[in-house]
Design a protein around this ligand. Sequence first.
Ligand code: NAD
Length: 480
Amino acid sequence: MKMLINGKHVDAKDNATVEVLNSATQELVDTVPVATPEDVEEAIQAALKGKKAWGALPQYERSAILLKCALAIEANLEELALSLTTEMGKVISESTPEVACCAQIFRGFAQMASHLYGQTMSEFQPGSETDIIFTKYEPMGIVACITPFNYPVELCFHKAAAAMAMGNAVIIKPATDNPLTIMRVVELCWEAGIPGDVLQVVTGSGAKIGSLLAEDENIDAISFTGSTEIGIQVAQMAAKTLKHVTLELGGNDPFIVFEDADMELAVAEAVSGRLKNAGQTCCSPKRFIVHSSVLDTFTEKVIESLKKLKLGSPLCKETELGSLINPEATKQVAWQVEHTIAQGAKCIYGGKIVGETYYEPTVLTGVTKEMDMAVEMEVFGPIFPIISFETFEEAIEIANNTPYGLHAGVITKDFSKAIRAARALECGGVVINGSGNYRNVDQPFGGTKMTGLGSREGISCTLQDMANVKSYILKNIMVE
Ligand code: NAD
């Protein structure tokens, strides 16, 4: 597939390409260009034109086009879900809702932007009685969206649709492993009426293109979702031109099972939360902090449930566990498991790579609060490290002892305890009687500490982050 620059399908200036493989089978699906600096510059020059005309359109026109995009995505749901599953190994029963969610994101931002009102100031400050001050949300200009591999379609358009709804031009830099479905959505958006210089995609090396976008003085904002390590680099590069930066980064989310938990619920939520997207979810439960009195029951029941799990082709409707994104990611998970065993944990279920890109669901017991996996090591795979605790305070201390702070899950029948735990947890969201692997498109999604910077993402809040709030001051307008 070719890049999508200035309304055209283009190769890289030097014709270099990179392969996109089927994650599950490692067969070639397609190639995409590796953009040169000249290609990136061409996209930026086009966006400079695109932002003017698009930003000048009345809101009702922009929103009408975005609503058409939502319909076009829905009309092509099956094709897009198939493409997503093929290029990333996500099971088809999860790809279909992800694409449907993408359509809903377009619809949500189109509607919300139509009713995003400015403010009128009061006469609180003495001497301001004769002035009228009101605010308007205006476009920022060009927003570069650098996006991760794990929920490529949903996460990309949480940024791009919001940015376009607010009148900005957008340049997308998708993850190198799986850019194809995003590119197809962009083609559909062009057909639905988004101008080719308002929504563009440049493909290729994250390090090269990402840094060109982050450093370019014509780009006004960077919205990045990905690892904390790269997020910090992006923030440093963007600081040179003081760009507006939003970072949605990694997580090592706790899942606390108190002694009075409904055990069936705890196990079901742990397993579904951890295994969704083969464990490659920023907000999946990654540390299972379980009261010592229910530790054995919880562990046995988790294993019972894992034994019934169907691992296989992600295209098959019955498959519950698909592949990881690539062989390197699989080896990384294997290394993380071995490392934790070397630190003293015991692998009592699973623990092996299957083929090139599958990893068995794996249960590690005897994980202590000092081990890397219990603190800063983010594992993107179907791994269940189980950590025992005795008191409420200890559970909270273990949960908070991480540089990350995305989501958390708390399982207890005692609602007062659940709320006290939620208040004590240092993170962006707590699911009570569920795992933290939960996202509603409206919700302000994001985290604290090393998980994020800038505002949250969601239909309720991203628009404000994609706009310049301008104050209009009518000085002495009330003087007769
Ligand atoms: P990643 O950081 O490797 O890559 C993210 C994007 O950055 C990709 O498009 C990549 O090509 C690009 N990139 C790579 N090097 C770059 C550089 N030097 N400069 C600029 N851009 C560069 O992340 P990933 O592996 O695609 O995604 C997984 C990570 O994302 C996990 O840590 C996960 O927790 C996190 N994540 C967070 C959220 C959230 O909302 N908090 C959501 C999804 C994923």
